[in-house]
Write a protein that binds this ligand. Structure first.
Ligand code: S3P
Length: 193
């Protein structure tokens, strides 16, 4: 009788700043067996334009609203998945609420990938597709690290430090952390980091 009351699929949600490895690590964790959603890619697919173009034409608040819709749809999916969010997704109170409701209902486990701003800056290198890093990427990442820490912390079940690690090494750490948190057994929320 009890088996029917088991909650829906448990999604693994990756949060963290630009360059923290959400996409590359998420793909590795999903592997061949789980659907993988990258919210930036999904927004670009739905809108038919790049993140940079959306920021330029409609502004950041409009982008955050699109992001909220994609996070909501991803969390509502019938099959468990790995969801890599954009670095600013948790800046939206509405998106945090969605994620925290999913956590409370046992439908999501959130992993915060952390790294020092200098390392994030070296990972993003000279890539030009992130409008918020125009000008001074290292300086911007330092500011965003301070400004956003509380909102990542407000949703994170687990924190994984990624400094000096390759995406494959981070993925292995995340797998171990998920295992310890019972994600593969489907029980409870993980230890808070
Ligand atoms: C942003 C992060 C980007 C993308 C957009 C804004 C942010 O995603 O959503 O450029 O506000 O931190 P990544 O973290 O995948 O680079």
């Amino acid at each position: 009788m009890n088996t029917a009351s088991r909650p829906g699929p448990r999604h693994t949600v990756l949060v963290g700043l630009m360059g923290s490895g959400k996409t590359s690590v998420g793909r590795r964790i999903a592997g061949a067996s789980l659907p993988f959603v990258d919210t930036d890619a999904e927004i670009e697919r739905k809108e038919g334009r790049s993140v940079r173009d959306i920021f330029a034409a409609d502004g950041e608040p409009a982008f955050r609203a699109l992001e909220e819709d994609v996070v909501a749809a991803s969390l509502a999916a019938a099959a468990a998945s790995v969801i890599a969010t954009g670095g600013g997704a948790m800046e939206s109170a509405a998106t945090r609420k969605l994620v925290n409701r999913a956590r409370a209902e046992g439908r999501a486990l959130v992993v915060w990938l952390r790294a020092e701003p200098a390392e994030l800056a070296s990972r993003v290198g000279r890539s030009t597709h992130r409008p918020l890093l125009d000008g001074d990427p290292a300086g911007r990442l330092g500011e965003l690290a301070v400004a956003r820490a509380a909102n990542y912390s407000a949703v994170a079940d687990l924190v994984v430090d990624t400094d000096g690690l390759s995406p494959a090494e981070v993925a292995e750490r995340v797998r171990v952390a998920l295992h310890v948190a019972g994600q593969d057994g489907g029980v409870g929320n993980g230890a808070h980091g």
